[in-house]
Design a protein around this ligand. Structure first.
Ligand code: ZN
Length: 256
């Protein structure tokens, strides 16, 4: 029986059982395994790991753990004190785009509202999510750490908060997205891009049945239409609530 000693730093402790948090973990093993597999067997998904130090040297995920190794595993938040060339993470994506798991519908709407390209469906299977992420270069956001442990997943993040309002702030901070916020650019329902349209051409599409909506719509002059699903958007009372939400998000950055 061989033994390796693991120490997980900072927020990686989130993934460990209580008796493993913030302590040196003595991990016994019989068969040789890569450090990536061993880290995941202890509960930490590989996309959450930024760099790994074994006996004073930085290694990549393919390193085979040896008897007596002392292993330190660090998350992204520790990066400011370290050289990026030793990171085990893949290169950051040139365009930030997301695909979200079924638990994160409200977060998907918030990301779209702020202008971020966000795929979400409440019937996406894990297989599907991993494939979309890999083939389209999209970051998976999930509350399922098993999904992040799939080998196909290179860019992913486990959303810690359960409150949707806190989730959007968490994601904006994690990926440094505040400066990329461009609200009212995407359809909240389907992620399509919005285009400005002439009032006369679409006013008949505002549902007659929903009287108050129609009354609101006849009083405004700026309309946008989703290029994909044709949904019409205008600055009604709904708009003020969304604007308040956006202001709240922007203010959270100032309060950081
Ligand atoms: Zn749409």
């Amino acid at each position: 029986m061989a033994i390796a000693y693991f120490y997980f730093h900072a927020e990686l402790n989130h993934f460990l059982p209580r008796h493993h948090k913030q302590v040196k973990i003595s991990h016994f093993f019989e068969e040789k395994a890569s450090i990536k597999d061993m880290i995941e067997s202890l509960g930490v998904p590989h996309p959450e790991v930024d760099f790994i130090n074994v006996n004073g040297k930085y290694v990549n995920f393919s390193y085979i753990v040896a008897d007596g190794d002392a292993i330190n595993v660090y998350p992204i938040s520790a990066r400011s004190v370290i050289i990026p060339s030793i990171s085990v993470l893949p290169k950051p994506l040139s365009i930030i785009r997301f695909v979200l798991d079924i638990h994160l519908g409200k977060l998907a709407t918030s990301l779209r509202l702020l202008g971020f390209d966000t795929l979400y469906r409440n019937d996406y299977e894990d297989d599907n999510l991993a494939k979309i992420s890999s083939s389209q270069g999209r970051i998976i956001l999930t509350r399922d750490k098993g999904l992040l442990m799939r080998s196909l997943v290179t860019h992913g993040y486990y959303v810690r908060n359960t409150n949707p309002q806190e989730q959007i702030i968490e994601v904006l901070q994690r990926f440094d997205l505040f400066k990329l916020i461009a609200p009212f650019k995407r359809c909240l329902r389907c992620n399509g891009l919005l285009e400005s349209v002439d009032k006369q051409s679409i006013i008949e599409q505002v549902p007659e049945k929903v009287r108050c909506l129609r009354r609101q719509a006849t009083q405004v002059n700026e309309f946008q239409r989703c290029q994909d699903c044709d949904r019409i958007y205008w600055k009604g009372s709904h708009y003020e609530r969304l604007q308040q939400f956006i202001d709240g998000v922007l203010n959270s950055q100032k309060g950081e």
